[in-house]
Design a protein around this ligand. Structure first.
Ligand SMILES: Cc1ncc(COP(=O)(O)O)c(C=O)c1O
Length: 459
């Protein structure tokens, strides 16, 4: 199909992140015009179930009237304000207070930004600042994990363990140390149980810490469920095993809750789901259901106290963002959390998740699917050439990308991730009927992909 005028204009002017540029040039972008509930509509009026909540973020779906009204009301009242130099405003303070209330671990204070990357860069700065304040000036390294995703700004891109984010950008910087990817399906030895695999990864972490020097490590950062690195649910016993190692070496744990915060796993936060207590957490995305860009760093009372004390000694905290704690974004986030509570969104996720996970599990019977694993309303599928040997398809055949294109033609948006994985992360408001529709569309797309793979002699 020739490109439409809108597509041609887009290609001429817009730099598209994390996009297969060859496919983009051939097909042009899918231009979305409007959204309603769990669906978005393209310029021809075709509907798509948004099985990815945009970029893992629109938890309350599109067009929520309360959020739109909260935005307009705050815009009318105070369209901008900041929290530098002794100024403040009610929405930022109220949101900080609300985050302290809903956090599953004790929080002293909250710091606001606009994006997940900023929140994680802030985590690195605060980890160094706190270590320096304690006189532990050698503690500079931050452990993250291979295929972990923490953003693309300079520090967060280094924490990210995905080669495509590093290549050509002189990343990662050497403060970032990458530990094992906790993916049992790919990483386990033959016959190794999930718990044994977790214990082995914890032993590897112990060895890595010994190698690097425990007194050189400022923190470890983890996503409770890995997002962009493959939508990977941790193996049984994983967090229990690794947190024991971290506690033994007094290494603070940062929970990157940017995807898992606010109900995604069926608990308010991923750390609560997996039973660990971090010293700090990053939140964004679901924080405002992506109605406006806002992120936050939640700090334990101990970290708060060190940062406050050091800032007092220095004269002020030398960190801050023009739009951090913006009155409109914080007002919308506050309304979002109020809606999560009032409409019991976490309860809803728990109610519909069994159907989501049952329909997901059924896909493991599909000839293309090696693994289908999820929790709450997030899941990853892995497409393989041979289910027994778990052999990958040739990378250049882009099988997951092909499946995602078939899904798009069926009216479903899902996302291909490395290697031949497909992520599912629908809005948390999705109903059981919509879950069935999502999986019906996905199954048809996988059937078409299998037919194509057979024609291409890939299966
Ligand atoms: C777990 C996680 N951390 C950090 C980020 C970075 O957030 P942003 O794109 O808002 O900078 C993302 C974005 O996808 C994420 O999934």
């Amino acid at each position: 199909m020739p490109l439409s005028n809108a597509q041609a204009r887009d290609l001429n002017a817009l730099l598209h992140p994390l996009t297969n540029l060859k496919l983009l040039a051939e097909r042009g972008p899918l231009i979305i015009e409007r959204g309603e509930g769990v669906r978005v509509f393209d310029t021809a009026g075709r509907d798509y179930i948004e099985g990815m909540s945009g970029l893992w973020c629109t938890s309350l779906g599109w067009g929520d009237k309360e959020l739109i009204e909260a935005t307009a009301e705050q815009m009318r009242k105070l369209s901008y304000g900041h929290v530098f130099g002794g100024k403040s405003h009610e929405p930022a303070a109220a949101l900080a207070e609300k985050l302290k209330e809903v956090s599953p671990f004790p929080v002293g204070k909250v710091f606001f930004g606009c994006s997940g990357s900023e929140a994680n860069d802030t985590q690195v700065r605060f980890a160094w600042y706190a270590a320096n304040a304690r006189g532990e000036t050698k503690r500079k390294k931050i452990i993250s994990r291979r295929m972990g995703y923490h953003g693309v700004t300079l520090a967060s891109a280094s924490l990210t363990g995905i080669p495509a984010i590093h290549k050509g950008f002189d990343a990662p910087f050497d403060f970032a140390v990458h530990a094992d990817l906790p993916h049992h399906y790919r990483g386990a030895e033959p016959g190794e149980s999930e718990r044994d695999f977790s214990a082995r990864l914890a032993a590897n972490l112990e060895a890595l810490i010994a190698r690097e020097g425990p007194d050189t490590i400022a923190a470890m950062i983890v996503e409770p469920v890995m997002g962009a690195g493959g939508a990977i649910v941790p193996p049984d016993g994983y967090f229990d095993a690794i947190t024991k190692v971290l506690i033994r070496h007094a290494i603070p744990l940062i929970s990157d809750e940017i995807v898992t915060g606010f109900g995604r796993t069926g608990e308010w936060f991923g750390c609560a789901k997996y039973g660990f207590e971090p010293g700090s957490a990053s939140v964004a995305k679901g924080l405002s259901s992506a109605y406006l860009p806002v992120s936050a760093v939640l700090l334990s009372p101990e970290l708060t106290e060190i940062i406050d004390r050091e800032s007092l000694r220095m004269g002020s905290l030398g960190h801050g963002l023009t739009y951090g704690g913006h009155p409109v974004t914080t007002a919308v986030a506050l309304k979002t959390i109020e809606i999560y509570q009032r409409r019991d969104i976490v309860g809803h996720v728990r109610h519909v998740s069994p159907l989501f996970l049952a329909r997901l599990k059924r896909l493991e019977e599909h000839p293309l699917v090696g693994e289908a694993r999820g929790v709450g309303l997030i899941a990853g599928l892995e497409l393989v050439a041979d289910k027994k040997t778990k052999a990958h398809f040739p990378a250049e055949r882009m099988v997951a990308q092909t499946a995602v294109s078939f899904a798009e033609a069926e009216g479903l948006i899902v996302r291909p991730l490395p290697v031949d994985r497909i992520a599912l992360c629908p809005p948390l408001i999705i109903t059981e009927a919509e879950i069935d529709e999502l999986f019906d569309r996905l199954t048809r797309a996988l059937d078409k992909t299998a037919d194509w793979a057979k024609r291409e002699k890939l299966l």
